[in-house]
Design a protein around this ligand. Structure first.
Ligand SMILES: [Zn+2]
Length: 191
């Protein structure tokens, strides 16, 4: 399994691949030897921050020393467009303080998806600017990542109901359908 190293915070993290490892490297990191570390920001440094996101200060600018501790947790209350953008973070507690940070001084705190909306849209990630080929390549990568853990992909009640109905219909009358070989032969006979 490949490991990534975050250029911002130095964290080393594990990456899951849906492809055989040699193929994964050949496809995404052809210039890096198989099993060697790959570059890439970790999830805490990479998530686009939005208002209401909970973050921690993983680096504190000198002028805030003594007012904000490294590791302090706060909430993003303002974003001043850049470049580079500045993030206003409110730290609660007895000595509440709001201070301005750069993105690379903040960590997105994982596990808040239910409480704070994740920007899951093409536009939020800038994907709408990609070419059709780039989007297709990304789609393939996303698909591979889903295929790596099929049990993590939820099946809805509606889908379960539909599968059950089809299974019941087959059990009621197993002869109603045609075997795949017959269907294939019919289709091929048509061309
Ligand atoms: Zn990082």
């Amino acid at each position: 399994m490949p490991f990534g190293r975050c250029p911002v915070c130095g964290a080393i993290y594990h990456m899951s691949t849906g492809l055989p490892i040699e193929e994964w490297y050949r496809r995404y990191y052809p210039q890096i030897p198989v099993l060697a570390e790959v570059p890439g920001e970790c999830f805490r440094c990479w998530v686009p921050l939005r208002l209401g996101h909970r973050v921690s200060a993983h680096a504190v600018p000198a002028e805030l020393t003594g007012r904000v501790a490294v590791g302090a947790e706060g909430v993003v209350t303002g974003i001043e467009p850049g470049p580079p953008p500045a993030y206003l973070v409110e730290f609660g507690g007895a000595r509440a303080v709001t201070a301005q940070f750069r993105r690379d001084e903040l960590w997105y705190l994982v596990g808040q998806m239910g409480t704070s909306p994740m920007p899951v849209s093409m536009k939020a990630f800038g994907l709408d600017k990609l070419s059709a080929d780039e989007r297709l390549a990304l789609l393939e990568e996303i698909w591979d990542s889903l295929a790596a853990n099929p049990e993590a992909v939820p099946v809805t009640d509606a889908q379960k109901g539909d599968l059950q109905r089809r299974l019941d219909a087959y059990r009621d009358d197993p002869k109603a359908g045609s075997p795949w070989e017959d269907v294939k032969a019919r289709l091929q006979g048509r061309k």
